[in-house]
Write a protein that binds this ligand. Structure first.
Ligand SMILES: [Zn+2]
Length: 197
């Protein structure tokens, strides 16, 4: 779940004069819940239905849904919400997931890789190594589960370009990088800090 409640500009919208709309099943890109909103505003272009602005029944934030191509904005969040994250990682991870849901895949990946390098250093890796070396370090330290070798190879090779290169990232690769990061964050921060009673 993104950590924006309390100061987000969408908090407190009262949806005055909203109407009942056709219900659509979706995952809210703000709170990550499976919802079926049915209240909001229908927007027309001429007399053609164009967009619905739905109120998320869980968090109350507005989800734009394009009637033409069935796409919503923000789209689904990628990766799971992780408990017990240090504040700085939590902020960056939320930003990474928000970028993904807003289809900003290149910036989502840049943040995901920054977090991966940061946690490798935090776990004892030297500073100023290449991205591939940091992923190898996490593997050597036992943070990659058995049978995770193909993940390591994929993450390492897909992120191993020089810093000055600009490479536009696509959705599928970004999903893999965020899923990998999500798993590492789970093992490193959530599970060791979860009470067992
Ligand atoms: Zn929501």
């Amino acid at each position: 779940m993104i950590n924006v409640f309390g100061q987000h500009p969408f908090k407190g919208i009262d949806y005055k004069e909203s109407t009942i709309l056709k219900s659509i099943s979706m995952v809210c890109g703000y709170c990550g819940n499976h919802v079926a909103p049915n209240r909001g505003y229908a927007v027309y272009a001429g007399n053609q239905p164009w967009l619905n602005i739905y109120m998320c029944p869980h968090c109350g934030y507005p989800i734009i849904y394009c009637v033409r191509n069935y796409e919503s904005l923000p789209g689904e969040l990628c990766g799971r919400g992780i408990k017990n994250l240090p504040d700085n990682i939590s902020v960056l991870y939320d930003e990474c997931r928000t970028n993904y849901s807003n289809k900003c895949y290149t910036s989502a990946q840049m943040i995901a890789r920054t977090i991966l390098m940061h946690i490798a250093v935090e776990q004892g890796a030297d500073e100023n190594l290449s991205f591939a070396k940091y992923v190898e370090y996490l593997d050597l330290k036992g943070y990659i589960p058995p049978n995770g070798k193909k993940w390591v190879d994929f993450i390492r090779t897909s992120g191993n370009q020089a810093n000055h290169e600009i490479i536009i990232k696509e959705k599928e690769e970004t999903e893999k990088v965020i899923s990998f990061l999500s798993m590492l964050l789970l093992f490193i921060y959530e599970l060791p800090n979860t009470e067992m009673n």
